[in-house]
Design a protein around this ligand. Sequence first.
Ligand SMILES: [Zn+2]
Length: 272
Amino acid sequence: MDRFLISNNKKPNDGTQNSEPAPKKKKYDESSVKVRRYLSEYLGLGFSATKSDPVNAQCVLCGQVLANSSMKPAHMNRHLSTVHPSHVGKPIEFFKRKQEAFASNCLEIAKVASVSSKALRASYAVSYLVAKQKKPHTIAECLILPALVKVSEIMFDTKTATALQSIPVSNNTISRRIEDIASDIVMQVIEQIKLTKMFALQLDESTDVSGEAQVIVFVRYQDCSDIRENILFCQNLQSRTTGEELFKVIDKFFAEEFVPQNLVGLVSISLQ
Ligand SMILES: [Zn+2]
């Protein structure tokens, strides 16, 4: 009886029965769709902001997007430590560089989307040949492609020759392709070094056309039953070829790529 009275007191007018739950639901919805703001320190965890509305967080290493509701440091930390464990604790400058590279790759993908896949493959194949033969980047645009077009006109037909002209071989394109191929080779070598039980480094010195000193780092490692050798990287030395300068260059490379735990030997050939 008491209960009945209380419920009657709560609802003095029957007409308000339907309107009561509505404002409660509205208030709940407003609080549940809280829009999170991207903070600049998230880049230190490997995440940049997307240009969408609301803003989402995107991994600068693999491109994975975290929804706005998941844009929390704990989620970003978990992604970094599980998907990219070798990059945990890297300085923010490292992720800034990765962000710039990621942005330029996205632009590149947008550009090549209009190029046919065959023309793209041909462009990479020509770039690889140019790099292997150590020829200037301009040779593709000024000699290789015109020669291909002429040969096609003579041997085949004008339709084939026109199709060949769609292969992107400008100076800048060839340069970018060679950089892509080079960084892919370095990635492959690094992945193999990570899998090997032990590896050794050999340092050599060279000078470029402007007379600046460069250090060339070779790596020797075991791959199945074979011993393999590769150039790991080549970099300008900012000052002199001192041991300290060499250490800085190699330390920086390994800090950015991976922390070697199986380096068993280091030899320098012509360096002081
Ligand atoms: Zn990622």
